[in-house]
Design a protein around this ligand. Sequence first.
Ligand code: DX5
Ligand code: ZN
Length: 213
Amino acid sequence: MPKTKIAPSILSADLSRINNEIREVEEYADLIHVDIMDGIFVPSTTIDSNFVKKIKTKVPLDVHLMVHEPSSSYIQGFIDAGAYSVTIHEEACKDPLNQIEFIKRNKVKAAVSIKPNTLLSRIIPYLDAVDMVLIMTVEPGWAGQKFVEATMPKVKELRKLRPNMDIEVDGGINPYTARIAFDSGANVFVAGTSIFGKKNRVTAIKEILNSLK
Ligand code: DX5
Ligand code: ZN
C-alpha cells in the first residue's frame, strides 16, 4: 500500500487569513487540498486561480476542479499558480483524456475523480494515464456532509486493480471514517471540517493519523 497522506481542505479554513491557516497545518500536511467550484458542475462557487497564486506554502497543492469542461487555458491558470496535482471529474468532461494529457504534458500530477453514484467502470479507461484517483465520499459541492460508506466497494475494487496507486477519498473524513476508508484501501485523506473546523488543527490531524495505526 502506498504512503498515507493527509490533505487538509482549505474549503473549511478562514480564507481571509489563508496563509496563517495553512501555516498551522504545514508540519503535518502532505498536501493542501484546494477545492475549485464553478457554479455549473456544482451549484456553489469558490476561489479561483488568482487566489491560489497567493497561497504561500512549501506543501504541495492538490487542486480539485469541480468544474464543467475545464479548458486548457483554465487548467493552465492553476498550473501557473503552483498546483502539484490537478484533479478533474469524469462526469464533467466529454473526453477526460484530453484534460489528463494536458495536465501531464505540463509535468503536473493528474487525477480523475468520480462522484458517489458514478460507477468505477467509468474511469477504468484512464487508470494507466493518471497518477491518482479521487473517490468522492460525499456529493461534491459542500463541506460538512456525511461520509457515504456505500462508496467503499469502489475503493476496494480499485485497490485490487492498482496496488500501488494513490487512492484519495474526500468528504466526511474524520478519524472514524478515515479508518473505514483506510481499511478499504484508500491512502490519501482529504479533510476539511474535521481539521479546519477544529480549534487545534495539529491535534485534529494527529487524531486522524492515530486512527490509522
Ligand atoms: C466537497 C469538497 C471537499 C470538502 C470536504 O465538495 O470536495 O474537499 O472540502 O469537506 P469535509 O471534510 O468537511 O467533508
Ligand atoms: Zn475536494
